[in-house]
Design a protein around this ligand. Sequence first.
Ligand SMILES: NC(=O)c1ccc[n+]([C@@H]2O[C@H](COP(=O)([O-])OP(=O)(O)OC[C@H]3O[C@@H](n4cnc5c(N)ncnc54)[C@H](OP(=O)(O)O)[C@@H]3O)[C@@H](O)[C@H]2O)c1
Length: 273
Amino acid sequence: MRFKDKVALITGGNYGIGRGIALQMVREGANVAIVARNEQRGAQVVAEISESGGNGEFFKAELSSEETVIGMIDAVIEHFGRLDIVVNNAGCGSQNCGIEAADPPGPRWANFRGANLDSTYFVSAHSLPHLAKCEDSSIVNISSTATFHGNWGLYGVAKSGVEALTRSFAAEAAPLGIRVNCISPGWIGTGEDADSAAAGTEDGEWSLPPSLLNRMGTPEEIATTVAFLASKEASFITGQTIVVDGGLTIIDYPSIPTLDKVGHRLYSHSPKK
Ligand SMILES: NC(=O)c1ccc[n+]([C@@H]2O[C@H](COP(=O)([O-])OP(=O)(O)OC[C@H]3O[C@@H](n4cnc5c(N)ncnc54)[C@H](OP(=O)(O)O)[C@@H]3O)[C@@H](O)[C@H]2O)c1
């Protein structure tokens, strides 16, 4: 119960990784504000939280709009009376794709920047005065290992901005006693297929393993890292990005077949040709 009586705001908490984070924070005693656009999914997670004996409320907001974010934070404060933890998890991504008339550069950049970077900036900036009133308050952002890889287009660019913003806000918020950190997830299984996707590559779904551990990660594995960073146990950590990717980014993938020679399970568990 590390977060008993605290209030945590989770953007994108109505689905996927964000839902996992919201449920983890509730398990550890937090009251949770879930912020996203889809009300039906929001209501489902709030019902799950209530059934587990927790306290959650859904706040509808398009997070790329500063005006909407200001109204949403006012509503959260009016409802819960305080704000201790902010998790900027909302986002959207896709790999590189060619410029088309239906998807021109300006709107495309506005889309990825808005959902990933503007949302993180607006929510963090307008939360600071409220976080500053609480002890041990902190912000946890969610970026992506797409920041390392050129094939993730503007998603990787926007998420790189999230990591830079983490350092920038950590410096700005330190005098207020607020820590700011970031998690960079690799492939995480979400939605209805999460269990099968997390089970690994034996079914041939992946042509190469999605991590060094031969499986996708789970929302819970991101959620427990969020909880650690938001807790007192991380009291001397700020401005950092922790990669949670099962070792994906430390592997030189073109060399994987050579691992077979030494019987490494990463290759031997890969789908048979
Ligand atoms: N899954 C992965 O493998 C993976 C890997 C690396 C990083 N990530 C990052 O982890 C985070 C969660 O990923 P996920 O896989 O759980 O994604 P997801 O299932 O697509 O969920 C995205 C969440 O963000 C919300 N959202 C998106 N745009 C929004 C906007 N403009 N305003 C308000 N809410 C918005 C969505 O809710 P509404 O649609 O209801 O608004 C939804 O709750 C994202 O930031 C993603 O980039 C995911």
